[in-house]
Design a protein around this ligand. Structure first.
Ligand SMILES: CCCCC/C=C\CCC/C=C/CC(=O)SCCNC(=O)CCNC(=O)[C@H](O)C(C)(C)COP(=O)(O)OP(=O)(O)OC[C@H]1O[C@@H](n2cnc3c(N)ncnc32)[C@H](O)[C@@H]1OP(=O)(O)O
Length: 292
């Protein structure tokens, strides 16, 4: 028995030695690890105290769980530091955000699907009810979840005329949840929301300006940033607590909807999105995006 034990021990020690030598050799031959690039960049201007939060998930800033988590953490950080304001924009020249990452909803294990949706819910709520002023500087296409992010800010400046924005969910065979609808309705009104959502219409920037989906159209990102700064500057003389409570009051319906219905909303999402028919629709939509 002792012999067996000794030889087993020798064998394992030998294996450990071999493994550590080969690991070292592998380390020498490996490239240095790629730097971890944040999915959300935050830069706070020293003078104005305004934070520029830039979505940075090429190619199209589709919103997956890690990106939404980083965005939520960035907003919490600004909240904790009593930020003067936030401008949400994109590092891409052509896309603000392509909306929810369809790969997070297609063929996804239930625990991941649930984590994805709850992260979206909580990040959305923290953006929608943030105490500081928020502006979306929409410097590219902004469909579906991208439009939701923009609608959740207090002011929208969009680079035009060639980019589009809207809630196009029905075109994909999915349904914009009630809190998406509330956001849209509060910005463009009931009638326009019904027309826009039932048809899943994407609006060009001039069309969006006409129905009030965006507040302003500019011709490049620099102009968008300047106008966003200007919007935030007007709050310098407004007492922050009065501003925050007023915003919460105006946005009360959306805030209460989410606070009271988080679990039901998750359940409805899970039931709907896991249906074979919806999964097939998402598969076909992904294929058309890839074929382009
Ligand atoms: C009543 C209760 C209801 C409960 C809830 C029920 C249902 C759930 C509701 C869920 C709500 C979802 C909202 C969403 O946000 S769904 C996402 C909708 N998004 C879109 O329709 C946009 C799709 N994308 C585009 O139209 C274009 O990509 C673009 C944004 C206009 C940019 O065009 P372009 O610059 O030409 O880039 P490409 O098209 O070539 O794309 C590059 C690359 O990225 C992939 N991709 C694009 N969008 C997405 C996406 N949203 N998710 C994942 N991947 C995306 C695209 O396939 C390309 O990939 P490859 O490079 O691999 O080919």
């Amino acid at each position: 028995m002792a012999v067996v034990y000794r030889s087993w021990k020798a064998l394992t020690q030998n294996a450990i030695l071999t493994r550590s030598v080969s690991n070292s050799l592998r380390l020498y031959s490996q490239k240095p690890p790629a730097p971890v690039v944040p999915l959300v960049n935050v830069e706070v201007d020293d003078k104005s105290g305004v934070a520029v939060v830039t979505l940075n998930r090429p190619p199209v800033n589709s919103l997956n769980t890690p990106l939404l988590t980083e965005l939520g953490a960035a907003i919490k950080n600004l909240e904790d530091n009593k930020s003067r304001g936030m401008i949400l924009t994109s590092s891409s020249d052509t896309v603000f955000s392509a909306g929810l990452d369809i790969l997070e909803m297609y063929n996804t294990p239930k625990d991941q699907l649930s984590a994805f949706w709850t992260t979206l819910q909580s990040t959305w709520l923290s953006l929608y009810r943030s105490s500081f002023p928020t502006v979306a500087a929409i410097n590219g296409h902004s469909p579906a979840g991208g439009c939701l992010l923009a609608l959740s800010c207090e002011y929208r400046v969009m680079v035009g005329p060639k980019f589009s924005i809207g809630l196009n969910e029905t075109q994909l065979g999915i349904v914009a949840p009630p809190w998406f609808v509330i956001c849209m309705r509060d910005v463009i009104g009931h009638r326009q929301t019904e027309l826009a959502l039932t048809t899943g219409r994407l609006f060009s920037a001039p069309e969006a300006l006409k129905i009030g989906l965006i507040d302003s159209m500019v011709s490049n990102k620099a102009e968008a940033m300047a106008e966003a700064q200007k919007f935030i500057t007007q709050f310098a003389k407004i007492p922050p607590l009065a501003r925050k409570l007023t915003k919460e009051s105006v946005r009360g319906e959306g805030i209460r909807y989410m606070e009271d219905n988080m679990i039901d909303d998750l359940q409805i999402f899970m039931d709907l999105v896991t249906q074979p028919k919806i999964q097939k629709g998402l598969e076909m939509y992904l294929a058309t995006l890839k074929k382009k």
